[in-house]
Design a protein around this ligand. Structure first.
Ligand code: IMP
Length: 177
């Protein structure tokens, strides 16, 4: 497997495309949650940049919370085992909850999280994902707000990492073998 230091990166989504997608998603969310005060849950760490950009575009009174999951035990392959490593601070019972995720790949991580949150009886539960790779899906996932559908390539940047590298790059890149 390639080491992060030796990888070749190719821009697949540029800054303008990201900004347009964030603005579009923010207006879709604002339209759907008029007169509500949704709780946006950022799935750490990959979603922190997307979440930060999104909340600043949202013309809506929102609250935020953060959760961290461990699901990716090798550099590029999902183990299928998911655990909560840092839990929410707020109660979500009776709240309109919107989960903000960086990428839906096999779908195992987000399915686990949505089931975990459903048990806490939110008033509503929706999913916003910056990216998805549908060709890799192993369990069905319904995405309510989506930025980009991507080919089956490992991606980094704009929050997404490869072994903790490349998260802070401002664009989305594919890792070329
Ligand atoms: P899934 O359970 O296979 O859907 O994977 C979800 C998690 O794996 C994401 O939240 C990411 O942390 C990580 N992941 C999946 N694909 C990629 C990728 O292409 N680049 C970076 N992280 C990824």
């Amino acid at each position: 497997m390639k080491q992060p230091g030796n990888c070749q990166l190719k821009v697949i989504v540029n800054r303008e495309q990201i900004a347009e997608a964030v603005a579009r998603i923010a207006s879709e969310i604002a339209r759907d949650y008029q007169k509500k005060q949704p709780l946006l849950i950022c799935v750490l760490k990959g979603s922190f940049i997307f979440m930060a950009d999104l909340v600043r575009q949202l013309k809506l009174d929102v609250e935020t919370d953060f959760i961290q999951l461990a699901s990716y035990h090798s550099a590029k392959e999902s183990s299928g085992k998911v655990t909560v490593t840092q839990d929410l601070q707020k109660s979500i019972t009776g709240r309109d909850v919107l989960v903000i995720e960086d990428i839906v790949d096999t779908g195992l991580t987000i399915s686990f999280l949505l089931n975990h949150l459903k048990k806490k009886k939110p008033a509503s539960l929706k999913l916003c994902a910056l990216t998805e790779k549908p060709s890799r899906r192993r369990v069905p996932v319904s995405i309510d707000y989506l930025g980009f559908t991507l080919p089956n390539k490992f991606i980094v940047g704009y929050g997404l990492d490869l072994d903790e590298k490349y998260r802070c790059l401002p664009e989305i890149y594919s890792v070329e073998e």
